[in-house]
Ligand binder design. Sequence first.
Ligand code: SF4
Ligand code: SF4
Length: 291
Amino acid sequence: KEKILRLPSWIKFPISKASEFEKIQTLIKKSNIHTICEEARCPNRAECYASGTATFLLGGSICSRSCAFCQVNKGRPSPINIDECTQVAEAVKVLNLKYVVLTSVARDDLPDHGANLFISTIDEIRKIDSTIKIEVLTPDLWGGGKNLDETNNLQTERLKMILEKDPICFNHNLETVERLQKEVRRGANYKKSLSLLEKSKDIAPHIQTKSGIMLGLGETLDEIKNTIYDLKKIDCDQITIGQYLRPSFNHLAVKKYWDPSEFQYLYRFSKELGFKKVSSGPLVRSSYHAG
Ligand code: SF4
Ligand code: SF4
């Protein structure tokens, strides 16, 4: 029988001013766009909205993959909404955001795997205000070739197209340690993800690279440290480390709630290794304090 752990006392969800929160939620719903903040009911919404940050989900709200931890709906992806880029840009303007994170569902069904979704949205946001900082949090852009070499080249081409738009940060999450990749992610894996981050550094060394992992899926401290080492080896600049929280009983169970002092330890460990920016704490998410 599955063991269900109690939520520890240190996981507290900040409460926001209801009126402010509703205003933003209504706007997001009305605009026919999707944000990870809302889809994942992120615990940091109050703080992020107040500080002018949000994470937009491009390519619709249905993902062609089905990672066992993720709250985004899975299934046959919706047809591309060609107005999505302008709708997102309009929402950025109305919400007066200064730092925008763009992410997308995995669109393995599209020839470009969704790369152009990032490009068109960046263009539209810059038309409104070229000083808004834009971080991209992409899927692994892997797949579609007839053989390994061709697939690898396609991934590089898609990545290059996005990097040519000069985002302030290229973010791609490893999500978990190497041993648990298969159980936690679908279609992605540790090596492909590390290689994407490494390619980003090679192609555009001036763009910061960033990756994140969730704790609580059954990993050991040594495995976490090895993952951090692996990110350092490919010269990744920033790292986020947060606690996995189970979105529903249909998702993977939490195996452990890591203690705040353990997150502190991992913060110091990563800082000592030389990462430029480290966010480590139970409620840290990939886009938390991104700006
Ligand atoms: Fe949105 Fe990320 Fe902030 Fe959560 S941490 S509210 S997903 S920007
Ligand atoms: Fe979620 Fe996985 Fe799809 Fe990303 S690829 S949106 S983590 S199901």
